[in-house]
Design a protein around this ligand. Structure first.
Ligand SMILES: Cc1cc2nc3c(=O)[nH]c(=O)nc-3n(C[C@H](O)[C@H](O)[C@H](O)COP(=O)(O)O)c2cc1C
Length: 414
């Protein structure tokens, strides 16, 4: 790691060695696993969600389904896993052990109550066990216990009430974990703030249905002939996660620090979350795909990036893209451009021609002899669909046109 940059961050008044955390899930299920992750470089953990022992938790079998698209493995992950099925006592012991063995690493205890008293009991229990932060899980979309998880996160009064309950029994900073399965994520965020939350985290999984069996007609995962709408995560949900984090970061009314997650696998993904306002980032599906070791590349990649930009503190990256995030109505539509081709690099596959004709401005003709497209600049819509399908990187780029330039009307028949 470069010595010139400082990866440490302060989130909710708690100091982290770097912004990288395990998110609450099977990757943070017990002390042995979390300890190995700390040794690999992760600075903190949101420990697998704890519940009281009053209602036993049973996971469906199988509990996950890997969604592949073409030959891309694990573009998304569908899961029907519940909160922890381990007893409360062994989990609390694990948290205490982790804090003793790794005092500089951060343990955020994720909890979920099934009634008001549970939120109080769990908050007190994890505080006594030594947790640095408490994450209130208002966001699992497929809990089988009535009135829990995302069902709570969608009712603002309950978010406020359960946060207040937790607040009344502990001084440990509270982080409300938000569901993306809602129209305005800032409504529950503000309710959490009113209840006394010091921070926010998002996103939990997106309610989804990723695949259906073509022979058995069972949505995946196939739990002995039954499927269910359930939690979807991984790279496919990153745009939703970034959007949710940005919307919360833009909201000055609560101004709470954010821990961002959803589809992070690389240092670039993590950096994008920082740039739209996250202070720490959390990962599950990336670890399910590649293991804890991905944090080594994340630390190195972020350090090198910061050194190359002469940015010494992660803090200076947080929210750096927000001043450039606008409403679409703010765009200057008087400025227009076209696609610019470097035909020397063209391999003559013709894919640009097909998509421009069928989905773009029909601005390309095909020269069959030369096996090259011919570009009518005045018809080009600058939709750039040609560049999305071109197999040669850098062949098609966007070019701004002078303000005096006028696009030709699209021809209609008749
Ligand atoms: C199998 C599985 C189990 C999960 N269990 C929990 C949980 O117990 N508590 C929780 O807050 N989030 C849980 N999550 C959600 C993750 O913490 C995270 O919010 C989500 O997966 C998005 O991040 P990712 O794309 O990096 O996986 C779980 C996710 C998966 C895939």
């Amino acid at each position: 790691m470069s010595k010139k940059v400082d990866l440490s961050v302060n989130y909710c008044g708690v100091q982290f060695l770097n912004p990288f955390m395990l998110s609450s899930s099977p990757v943070s299920n017990c002390a042995e696993m979390v300890a190995r992750s700390f040794e690999t470089g992760w600075a903190g953990v949101s420990y697998k969600t704890l519940v009281t022992d009053k209602i036993p938790i049973f996971h469906p079998s199988p509990r996950m389904h890997g969604y592949n698209y073409g030959d891309k493995r694990l573009v998304g992950l569908q899961n029907v896993e519940q909160t922890t099925d381990r007893g409360l006592k062994p989990n609390l012991r694990d948290i205490t052990w982790l804090k003793k063995k790794y005092p500089k690493h951060i343990v955020m205890a994720s909890i979920m109550g099934f009634c008001n008293q549970d939120w109080a009991d769990l908050s007190k229990a994890v505080s006594d066990a030594g947790a640095d932060l408490i994450e209130l899980n208002f966001s699992c979309p497929h809990m089988t216990v009535e009135g829990s998880g995302a069902k709570v996160g969608q009712v603002h009064d309950l978010v406020q009430k359960f946060t207040e309950t937790a607040r009344s029994v502990t001084r440990v900073p509270l982080v409300a974990k938000m569901t993306p399965n809602i129209s305005d994520i800032n409504e529950p965020a503000m309710a959490a703030k009113r209840g006394g939350a010091k921070g926010l985290s998002a996103i939990n999984t997106v309610a989804g249905l990723s695949e259906v069996g073509l022979d058995d007609f069972v949505p995946r995962p196939n739990v002995f002939g039954k499927g269910a709408i359930s939690g979807y995560s991984g790279p496919a949900v990153k745009p939703v996660g970034l959007r949710c984090v940005a919307q919360m970061a833009q909201n000055k009314e609560h101004g709470l620090p954010i821990s961002g997650m959803g589809g992070i696998e690389t240092w670039v993904d993590a950096l994008e979350y920082l740039l739209v306002g996250a202070t720490t980032v959390q990962v599950t599906t990336g670890i399910i795909h590649y293991g804890y070791r991905i944090v080594e590349d994340m630390i190195e990649g972020l350090s090198d990036y910061m050194a190359s930009k002469k940015i010494t503190r992660v803090k200076d990256l947080v929210g750096k893209a927000l001043p450039r995030l606008h409403e679409t109505g703010d765009f200057d539509v008087k400025r227009q451009g076209i696609a610019k081709y470097d035909f020397d690099k063209c391999v003559g596959c013709g894919q640009c021609y097909i998509v421009c004709r069928d989905a773009g401005g029909s601005a390309l003709e095909w020269d069959n002899g030369a096996r090259r497209p011919i570009h009518d600049k005045d018809k080009c819509l600058s939709c750039m669909v040609c560049s999305f399908v071109c197999p040669v990187s850098g062949l098609i780029n966007f070019k701004e046109m002078p303000k005096t330039w006028k696009r030709k009307e699209t021809l209609t028949l008749g």
